[in-house]
Design a protein around this ligand. Structure first.
Ligand code: ATP
Ligand code: MG
Ligand code: MG
Ligand code: MG
Length: 470
């Protein structure tokens, strides 16, 4: 009997509860009182104030399973085995309580005694200057030093802009040679998928200020993050995070809707995985009050949704289909995230409206883009003009990143500067048009108001509901 993703989540949380950690439910994907971050991207992000000592935590030990969005990984999705734009991060946290040795020891206990992962398959990394962590792994845990890798700042020093930060130590699972690459020096930290990073332990001991100075934190903290989907991938012995029980369920539905078979490799598989990932991201974003727009979080949502819609078209799906996939997301994640169940109809409605809007123009837009591409190639050019990119955006609803991505598939690019100029011109036009109104009428469209301010997105959702628009 294999361990399901949902079971792994509760095992982890129970384990740390048994070690006196306070279990806190996932925070919203929309950061609360934090202008430095567009969307929550780690378990630690919503707890920043506890780490910084600005707020007092309910307990000095906490454990969470946090919803995360990483748009930075969007181009990896479907191509690597291990990246989603949406994923769940399990974590244990210490606010000035236990430190390195305890965190490593509990981590090892959970992995080897509760998940029963064979010890010899586990590799670890430490920050190159962190002899303390190296010593703990080698002498306390007794990992042969051949499997302890020192990595530089890029990999093993954790920081998100300003605030608490510090060296990391990561746990990897060796999936075996057959997953390896040609690199003779292939080991943890290599970009291939042989060594699957699954758990990062951050030893938060510094505080970075706006000028980039690292001060010592008064209390040293622990912040760890384990990718739930990745752990499920390891526990279930499957190739990618898209093959774990819960996600596979969504993927199978995409397969059926498109009438295509998954697993043949190539572009079809990539499209199926992209849709599978993006519908999860989109459902959770909408549940947390984000609405599609052209700026900020709303743009992230719109881009994911329209990107998924385009891949649906590539698979040959004619009708609106994304909103129908919400049922499958709820089936596998609804128990852990009741907001999905509570807002089911709302989520479907928002997705359907956006999908319908894009469906009206996507095919025409794709044709036009294809003709632009043909023209560029014929002329031996490589850059799409800002004007044409803007036309696709303005008339056909193509988020500029989507256009860029399609062009990149053909080794072409966009004149971004010129595109931005067109955008600015449009903003000017909108501003002066608004100026001419009698001051009240434009306010009646809450969506237009939401577009103008990222910060109001969440409140805007309630406003929309109260006004009966949704
Ligand atoms: P990678 O190097 O594989 O991109 P990372 O070092 O960026 O991962 P961390 O920032 O250390 O990841 O996040 C902690 C954990 O969260 C990772 O060890 C991994 O298990 C999980 N994780 C990170 N990014 C993703 C993602 N895009 N999809 C799924 N899980 C992820
Ligand atoms: Mg990464
Ligand atoms: Mg990494
Ligand atoms: Mg990492």
């Amino acid at each position: 009997q294999q361990m399901g993703l949902n079971e792994i989540r509760s095992k982890f949380l129970k384990f740390f509860e048994s070690k006196d950690h306070y279990l806190k439910e996932s925070a919203s994907l929309v950061p609360h009182n934090d202008k430095s971050l567009l969307l929550i991207n780690s378990g630690m992000a919503p707890l920043k104030n506890y780490f910084a000592g600005v707020e007092v935590p309910p307990s000095v030990r906490m454990t969470t399973c946090q919803k995360c969005i990483r748009t930075g990984d969007i181009e990896n999705v479907g191509k690597t085995a291990r990246h989603g734009t949406f994923f769940e991060m399990l974590g244990n946290f210490s606010f000035g309580d236990y430190f390195k040795e305890q965190s490593i020891t509990w981590g090892w206990e959970f992995v080897t005694q509760h998940l029963n992962i064979p010890q010899e398959k586990v590799w670890v990394t430490v920050y190159e200057e962190d002899d303390e962590a190296f010593e703990i792994w080698e002498n306390q845990i007794k990992i042969p030093k051949e499997r302890i890798v020192r990595l530089g700042k890029d990999d093993n020093f954790w920081e998100i802009g300003i605030g608490p930060c510090g060296p990391c130590s990561e746990l990897y699972f060796d999936r075996g040679e057959e997953y390896g690459c040609d690199n003779p020096d292939c080991k943890p930290g290599c970009d291939c998928d042989r060594y699957l990073e699954f758990w990062n332990h951050v030893f938060t001991q510094f505080d970075r200020d706006e000028e980039g100075n690292y001060g010592q934190l008064e209390h040293k903290n622990i912040d760890t993050g384990m990718g739930l989907e990745r752990m499920a991938c390891i526990m279930q012995g499957v190739d990618t995070i898209f093959d774990v029980d819960t996600i596979k369920h969504i993927l199978n539905t995409v397969e059926n809707m498109a009438g295509v078979k998954y697993g043949k490799g190539g572009k079809t598989d990539v499209s199926i995985r992209i849709i599978t990932d993006h519908i999860r991201a989109v459902s959770f974003l909408v549940a947390d009050g984000v609405l599609p727009s052209n700026e900020g979080r709303g743009y992230v949502l719109r881009r994911l949704l329209r990107r998924a819609a385009r891949h649906g078209k590539l698979l040959g799906i004619k009708e609106n289909f994304l909103y129908k996939l919400v049922d499958e997301v709820i089936k596998v994640s609804g128990e852990a995230y009741p907001e999905l169940v509570e807002k089911e109809n709302y989520i479907k409605k928002v997705i359907r409206i956006e999908e319908e809007k894009f469906n009206e123009t996507i095919e025409q837009g794709m044709e036009i883009l294809a003709s632009y591409i043909a023209q560029l190639k014929k002329n031996g050019e490589t850059t799409l003009s800002g004007e044409n990119a803007f036309k696709l955006y303005d008339t056909y609803g193509f988020p500029v990143d989507l256009t860029k991505e399609i062009l990149e598939e053909e080794h072409l690019s966009i004149d971004e500067e010129a595109f931005n100029e067109e955008m600015n011109k449009q903003r000017e036009r909108a501003r002066s048009a608004r100026g001419n109104m009698d001051g009240e009428s434009w306010k009646e469209d809450p969506l237009s108001k939401l577009d103008s301010s990222v910060a109001s997105t969440f409140e805007g959702y309630n406003e929309l509901e109260n006004s009966g628009i949704i």
